[in-house]
Design a protein around this ligand. Structure first.
Ligand code: ADP
Ligand code: MG
Length: 733
């Protein structure tokens, strides 16, 4: 930027263009804003005003063209611009659950203000915007006009040289609108350059310069007085009158058809007509059959609204020739183009950790104000552990059984008792006929049916083989296999008992023990090393700790960021000098801390409620849990970069949670999975953490035993963090 121009020009835009896919949002827009000016960017909704401001602030890269603000390139040097510019975005984007004062202090701190200086600035803006009495109110409870004042106050806290206000008066009442404009004039008097967008035509009159954007292009540009004098607006040999006629709408078409009428536009209850000099109001009124007494007329200079209406109509008539009217000197234009063509400047990076303290403090206030978050993070996991820990009980006992005993003598009832004594089966009832027997199983009342034939006792006594039928409902495979193997084992052991009794009495028994008694030749004795009672909760609960830790941190972090994106506060933060890492760490650290407390709670429940002791080193476990939490927070961050709305975030988070629950080995053993699925399980971070948890808690594994899992976790963690931090940019697109 050449020195002489930069002093007088605050904003310099040249050929700025932005496409969103096929949509051209801004096309070849050029303008300059002098220091101290109030530049009004006017245009209907969707004409590209907000997009222009976002490009000026460097949070949206242009498709082509350049913008300089305060002598710096918007895109590459945005970090140099941000501390000197105040931005008020189109939507109310302050923190509703923070008070007026907390909002101000937060933005002040983000801009690096502290202590005395911050207090001084806060008092100054509160006085300027007359908000002193509202300091303690929550921002969300303010009325529309006061919300806008607060937003203005926040954008002024750091004494910006330029204010960019995106539709500051949209949606507020006329009185509040006037007050806000009074404030803008006041600021202008204090030397603050302002770029204000609006779609209210009357507000354009208040600006020192205006640009009118229509269909993404700058249609006209200049000072209001210059615009009104444009030949297209006030052609030579014409006059403009304001006519007050009853039922003006009905006469509009007739008026337009009158010879000598160049244009007629409705303005509330009046009509502005542009007529040839030769035509005067009495003649005009004659032509439209209204009583002259009921009308009033006066000659008026064109308003800016007339200017825009005329030029818009002209542009619509001649769409191809919509290049517009630019009051810039062509030579100046050419010079500017030349001056902006130069070597590509490097990206200027801001301080990465800037604003960390401010964001951290704010996040803690959010959490304090929203006890549901704490509830969700601390109470729910404990409840989940309890419920899941008890519910996922794979020990199968008391399988309902019906018995159809056709024998009815002692041997048969001993067999029934033997079934019940295994505790696997619970005797539901004795049935007396075949139909009831079958129906008991088909109806689902009983899962197992034991049918003892009529000659059972006889055959046992005679030493003949007897077949006992066990019907098993196979629809629940786990119950069925348990029932099947128990029944088989029972039959086997009863048979062996009988065989042993016989063998013992013979000369040659299969084998004998030291006491000389007949025994089985080979006896296999097993000993459980880690979970002697084979208590399934011992296996499940440690895994549950991992799943719950991921569930809560993943959801909360992704929501915490996406909520700000949805509310628009993230955009507001992007235009501040807050550093990328400062913003990220400030948002993630509080959740990491709460996550850690949650981990301790869930472990306590595991140890004291489920009686699962930690066999290994607790410190090692906690250290590795921290590593896993970093990974899980990273996943949350990744989700937040992928989603625009909280709903999307929820869907993404579910997509991540599903394989974590089903494929991580938490529910089903990984070794049993088909090869492609088994390979996928290596890409799931919680897989490694569950291995670590089970290792340390159940088997007392030490660091050495865990190395493969730790390496896996570290790799996952690095990848996830790298990906999410790369994706998280201080930009909108
Ligand atoms: P204005 O502020 O004048 O109302 P905008 O600058 O918001 O207009 O939008 C201009 C056009 O660009 C609109 O058609 C809008 O839908 C589109 N647009 C704006 N932002 C995006 C975006 N991030 N992605 C896609 N289209 C966008
Ligand atoms: Mg807008």
């Amino acid at each position: 930027m050449n020195g002489s121009a930069s002093d007088a020009v605050a904003i310099d835009v040249c050929g700025l263009t932005r496409h969103f896919g096929d949509l051209v949002a801004v096309e070849d827009v050029s303008f300059q804003v002098d220091r101290g000016a109030i530049f009004g960017l006017l245009g209907p909704n969707g004409s590209g005003k907000s997009t222009i401001i976002r490009m000026l602030l460097g949070i949206l890269p242009p498709t082509s063209g350049t913008a300089n603000v305060l002598g710096h390139r918007s895109l590459e040097e945005s970090e140099l611009i941000k501390p000197r510019v105040g931005y008020m975005s189109q939507r109310f984007s302050l923190y509703a659950d923070l008070s007026v004062r907390e909002n101000l202090d937060f933005y002040g701190r983000v801009y690096g203000l502290e202590g005395e200086h911050l207090a001084e600035r806060r008092e100054y803006v509160l006085e300027l915007t007359e908000m002193g009495d509202y300091q303690r109110q929550l921002a969300g409870n303010l009325s529309g006009g006061w919300k806008q004042r607060l937003a203005l106050s926040c954008s002024l806290i750091h004494e910006p040289e330029i204010l960019m206000l995106d539709e500051p008066t949209a949606g507020i009442d006329p009185v509040a609108r006037r007050h806000l404009w009074d404030l803008l004039f006041e600021l202008s008097g204090r030397g603050v350059t302002q770029l204000v967008t609006t779609h209210y035509m009357d507000e354009a009159e208040r600006c020192t310069d205006v640009g009118y954007i229509y269909l993404s292009r700058m249609l006209v540009l200049g000072k209001p007085s210059q615009l009104k004098a444009l030949p297209q607006v006030s052609p030579e040999g014409t006059k403009r009158y304001e006519l007050r006629i009853p039922k003006a709408t009905e006469h509009l078409t007739t008026l337009r058809s009158v010879d000598g009428v160049r244009d007629a536009t409705l303005f509330g209850e009046t009509v502005h007509v542009l007529v040839d000099d030769c035509l005067d109001p009495p003649q005009l009124i004659n032509r439209i059959e209204v009583q002259a007494a009921e009308t009033e007329s006066r000659e008026i200079p064109p308003s800016l609204e007339d200017v825009f209406v005329t030029l818009t109509a002209a542009a619509e008539r001649d769409h191809t020739n919509a290049a517009g009217v630019d009051l810039f000197n062509a030579e100046v234009q050419a010079e500017r183009v030349a001056s902006t063509v130069g070597p590509q400047p490097k990206m200027v990076k801001g301080k990465s950790l800037a604003g960390l303290g401010a964001v951290l403090a704010k996040e803690l206030v959010h959490i304090r104000r929203q006890p549901t978050t704490l509830f969700f993070m601390l109470v729910i996991p404990v409840m989940q552990t309890l419920i899941f820990g008890y519910a996922i009980d794979t020990q199968i006992e008391n399988i309902p059984m019906v018995v159809f005993d056709m024998d009815g003598r002692q041997h048969a009832s001993e067999l029934t008792s033997a079934f019940v004594n295994t505790r696997r089966f619970r005797l539901l009832e004795h049935v007396l006929d075949e139909t009831t027997f079958h129906r008991a199983i088909t109806s689902g009342r009983a899962k197992v049916g034991l049918r003892i034939p009529p000659n059972y006792s006889d055959r046992i006594v005679r030493g003949e083989q007897v077949v006992v039928q066990v019907l098993i409902d196979g629809s629940d495979s786990q119950v069925a296999t348990t029932a099947q193997s128990t029944a088989h084992l029972l039959g086997l052991s009863l048979s062996i008992q009988m065989a042993r009794a016989i063998g013992d009495s013979l000369q040659i028994a299969p084998a004998r023990d030291e006491k000389g008694e007949g025994v089985l030749p080979i006896e296999v004795r097993s000993r459980m090393l880690f979970n002697p009672d084979l208590d399934s909760s011992h296996f499940f609960v440690p895994g549950l700790v991992g799943i719950i830790l991921q569930l809560v941190t993943l959801f909360l972090t992704s929501f915490a960021i996406v909520r700000e994106r949805e509310l628009g506060t993230l955009e507001q933060l992007f235009v501040t000098p807050v550093g990328r890492m400062g913003l990220l760490l400030g948002k993630l650290l509080p959740y990491a801390m709460i996550g850690f407390v949650e981990l301790l709670l869930v472990l306590t429940v595991m140890i004291y409620v489920f009686g699962v002791p930690v066999n290994g080193n607790l410190v090692l476990l906690l250290a590795l849990a921290m590593l896993f939490m970093v990974c899980s927070l990273g996943l949350g961050l990744l989700v937040s970069t992928l989603s625009k709305t909280q709903l999307e975030a929820m869907q993404f988070a579910f997509i991540i949670m599903l394989p974590s629950v089903l494929l991580s080995g938490f529910m089903f053993p990984r070794s049993e999975m088909p090869l492609p699925i088994y390979l996928i399980t290596f890409g799931i971070p919680v897989t490694y953490f569950i291995e670590i948890l089970r290792g340390v808690v159940l088997r007392g594994a030490d660091l050495l035993d865990l190395i493969p899992s730790i390496v896996g976790l570290v790799i996952c963690c690095t990848l996830v963090l790298w990906l999410s931090v790369m994706r998280f940019q201080k930009r909108l697109a």
